[in-house]
Each structure stands twice: as C-alpha cells, then as structure tokens.
Design a protein around this ligand. Sequence first.
Ligand code: AMP
Ligand code: GLY
Length: 423
Amino acid sequence: MKVLVVGSGGREHALCWKIALSPLVTEVIAAPGNAGIALRARCVDVAAENVEGLLELALREKVDLVVVGPEAPLVAGLADRLRERGIPVFGPSAQAAQLEGSKTFSKELMQRHGIPTAAFSTHRDLDSALKAVERFEGQCVVKADGLAAGKGVVVCSSLDEARSAVRAMLQDKAFGEAGGTVVVEELLRGEEASVLAITDGKRVLPLVAAQDHKAAYDGDTGPNTGGMGAYAPAPVVTSALMARVQREVLEATVQAMAKEGRPFSGLLYAGLMIERGQPKVLEFNVRFGDPECQPLLALMKDDLVPLLLGAASGHLEQDHIAFHDGATMCVVLAAGGYPGPYAKGQPIRGLDEAAKVEGALVFHAGTRLEGSKVIAAGGRVLGVVGRGKTYEEAARIAYACADKIQWEGMRMRRDIGHRVLSK
Ligand code: AMP
Ligand code: GLY
C-alpha cells in the first residue's frame, strides 16, 4: 500500500521511518517533507496547510492512507475533505479537532463530563479577565483560546505578569483571533507527563507514557519551546496511574466526544500534570507530540500501520500496543537563538558520522537539501534518538550521536532525562 504523510518536522520523519518499516507498505510519500524524510519517502512540495493541494495529491497518487502530522490542517478540515472522497485518513474531523483547536471547548467538555483538569474561567472582555487573575492572586496560567503555535500559554507567578498576559491577548491582540478569548486557570504543580493513545472512536490504545522538556535551557529554565527533548517510558506514570488515565481521561474523553456528536479518531494526546499520584489534564492535542513521537515510535515494537489503518477505518482490532523493553531518549538540536529569532542556511556537518553510532537514529526537523548538502532551515533542526537497555544507556547513545553533529550556532540541552537519570 501507498501512504501519504503530511508535514515536515521531526515527528513526520519518525512517522515516515516507522511506516516504511511495515511489510504492508510499498511506498511512502511526504508532503512537503524535509532533507531527512527524503531518504525514506518521496517528497512532494505541497505545504501541510494546503488542504486542497493535499486532497488533489492524495487523489492523484491514489494513496491508501493519509497520516496527518500537524494540528493546523486537521482543524482546517483536511480529514473531512479526504473522507468525503473515500480516502482513509488517520486524524480527526475538524469538529473533533476542536479538542486542540479551542481551549475553551476542551475545558468545557472536561467540565461537562467530569474529566480531571485545573479550575478555570473563560473571558472575552478585559475587565472580567483582570478580575479572574486577581482571584488567583496572579498564581495562574493565561491561555489564548485558539492555535498559537505553542506560544499562547503564559504561566504566571505574579499579579503583574498575569495582568500583562491578559492585556497582551485581549487588548493588544498579540495572538490575533486565537487570543480573542482567553482561559484563565489555576496553576497546577507537580510533574508533567504525556500519554498518547490511538483510537478508532471507541477503543483506546495508549502508548507508553513520555516526558517532554519544554523549557529552552538546562535545569528547565528559560522560555517555553516546542520541546527540546523527550524520553519514554516516563516512570512517573506507574501502571496503576496509567490504568486511571486510560479510564478517567482517555476513554472518558473519547466517549464524551461520541456523545456530543463529534466522534474522535486518530491520535489523542493528553498532556498531564501529576501531583501526588493524581492526574489532571493540562491540554489535549489531536496529533502525535513533537518530539515525543520520536522516542515513542523508536520504542514501539508493533507495526504502526495496522494501528493507523484500524483507527482510520473505525475498527481497531488489537487490544494492546507492544513496546520494546528499555528506554529511548531524544535530544533536539536547535538553532542558536531558538525559540527567539535565529539564523538559517548553515550547512550541517557530521551527519554521516552520526548515522554510524550504534543504537542511534537521527530524525530531521528543520532541514532542506541544497544540492547534496543538508542545510539548517528551522528552529528545531534535528532530533537525535538513543535506544538503550536503560535510561543511562539511551542518554549516552543520544549524546554520543549528537556530539558528532555541528553547524554554526547549534545548541542543545545537556540534561534531557534528568528527572529519570537522577532517580
Ligand atoms: P498547554 O499548551 O496548555 O499544555 O500549556 C503548555 C505548558 O504550559 C504545559 O506543558 C505546562 O508546562 C504549562 N501549563 C499549562 N497549563 C498549566 C497549569 N494549569 N498549571 C501549570 N502549568 C501549566
Ligand atoms: N511537545 C509538545 C507538543 O507536541 O505539543
């Protein structure tokens, strides 16, 4: 069969890699892909946001399955357009993608169905938002309602900070329409973990838990990023806690969506805060996390393709997803300056040496080819995954591989996995 993967990041490279390993697959096409994906798939220059272009590509190539990496095309209705034309697609409808596309929708859904999450209120006018942050005495999180490329969340520790966050969104329109409504919520404390699950709208198959490192610098300091590294499994999610998350969060949400006439299929990602063994949902995403996808797929033992097909067709046949023993760790190599402004266009050195490191995988995130040279072309440029019997071994392999790679300005966190390595 022929599979089309939509997107151009590290997540999509990992998806293409894993999908290409399946004996069911004869060809992988990526739109638009990147320099690394081009080694595994045929890249076609159609942007991930170009819904009509992607529909046309899928029809022209007669693909058997479309796998959508990023959220924006799902929120824009790509899965609906493909389904209308009879093309199987892994990813939710636009209505179901509101779980990520609108924080107000997802918070209110959780409230209506008793799914554990932080206390919150939603606001369209500045005065009521200012009153809300005062009630929390500034110990709150201010979130733009809509998609803001991971930048619409401000974790506040003072009243001044919280006031300026709501002013930036509601008065200065820092996030445009996405910030026309804000959610003000209780600041939760504890340890974060991500639990991702594949669902056909009824059955929910969780992957092992992962932990992402969102802060830019070592010691979890500095500005928030899309993620500087991740590892799996995350032992903070014990098997007892996983059973609870499956029942009280994942299955409860899939059932709630079905009841409300927005059946959800594809990948459901629950970002959780765990405080004294109690999980609360920070956010839902409607696609694989990036970089969580990279270590998770590197650890997955089962063929991914029957799972994607089962979810796409509404008939998941498996009742469990098998993973290898051991651990995987992903270190993101980013442009100097990221997540702020950064330079692009530098040639990347050492990729051949890096590819020889046993147990490592190099996934491209923001790269492009210039002749035969691989050029840095994004904020997060590469994700290097180490696979090991232990977390220590996975980390050692990931950093040994990362240290072979260099370009001007490159930077990485040196402490990915610190929570689990110090245990
Ligand atoms: P979100 O996009 O809603 O997951 O927010 C991004 C990040 O902000 C999360 O991964 C957390 O680190 C942090 N965050 C979001 N909501 C809260 C909360 N209620 N309490 C503490 N931290 C939060
Ligand atoms: N790494 C977090 C996300 O993909 O949303």
